[in-house]
Design a protein around this ligand. Structure first.
Ligand code: OMP
Length: 245
């Protein structure tokens, strides 16, 4: 495993969308030695709980806890404080909760850090428009007018003004986000589909190489790795593609 591979592996977030700790653990063992980021989402967290996250951290993994908080500011503040105590590297909220809700997430994380100086400040990220949402759904079902790209950029600006570190968006929108929010503002991009793989419920997709070429800070990949006949080979193939572009 050369240096370029190791560095790029750190920009691959593998979504551990499994029903329980045992199945998640079996999968992780197949990726042993690949220094990728691990994303724990609702399915696994609601089943395996904080203990599983703490165990990943004690084994040296970088962990993105994807619980997409969206609630009143006081509740999100408390949630962010509890999440930060788990020692995760990144967590997220919905930008649709608004500026004060996002600022409350930051305040909660800061409260946890000031109570325990052994903790590091996690990156706090806001979801703009889910990558499963297409233009028609956003306009008609959600009642939000305009293009997806314009709405995503507006949410990204609001996220930045609220003091958060970056957004979740499709890789398609990354150049527009970077143009407005700058290159230090993180872009976390799911909606990744290697050429020829099933899109499933995702709408706004690009390949791993295209996403890196667009400027994504991190790409999030679930089923193209977890459902592959050989997950380790699938992950390695994706990292090689990321390096080449
Ligand atoms: O916040 C996320 O991670 C997220 C936001 C979004 O807009 N779209 C999205 O797919 N995700 C997550 O990214 C992962 C994508 O998984 P796959 O579609 O299987 O590659 C899932 O765990 C989703 O929960």
């Amino acid at each position: 495993m050369n240096e370029a591979f190791q560095q790029m592996a750190g920009r691959l977030m593998v979504a551990l969308d499994y029903p329980d700790a045992q199945q998640a653990e079996q999968f992780i063992r197949q990726l042993e030695g690949i220094p990728c980021y691990i994303k724990v989402g609702m399915q696994l967290f609601y089943s395996a709980g904080p203990a599983f996250v703490e165990q990943l951290k004690s084994r040296g993994y970088s962990v993105f806890l994807d619980l997409k908080m969206h609630d009143i500011p006081n509740t999100v503040r408390g949630g962010a404080e509890s999440i930060t105590r788990l020692g995760v590297d990144m967590f997220n909220v919905h930008a649709a909760g608004g500026r004060s809700m996002m600022a409350a997430a930051r305040a909660g994380a800061e409260a946890a850090i000031s109570a325990d100086s052994s903790l590091a400040m996690p990156l706090i990220i806001a979801v703009t428009q889910l990558t499963s949402t297409d233009q028609a759904t956003m306009n008609t079902e959600l009642g939000i007018p305009g293009t997806v790209q314009d709405v995503v950029v507006r949410y990204a600006q609001l996220t930045r003004e609220a003091g958060l570190d970056g957004v979740v968006a499709s890789p398609l929108e990354v150049p527009a986000i970077r143009a407005v929010c700058g290159s230090d503002f993180k872009t976390i991009t799911p909606g990744i589909r290697p050429a020829g793989s099933a899109t499933g419920d995702q709408s706004r997709v690009l390949t791993p190489g295209q996403a890196i070429a667009q400027g994504s800070s991190y790409i999030v990949v679930g089923r193209p790795i977890t459902a592959a006949p050989d997950p380790r080979a699938a992950a390695e193939h994706i990292i090689e593609e990321m390096i080449q572009l």
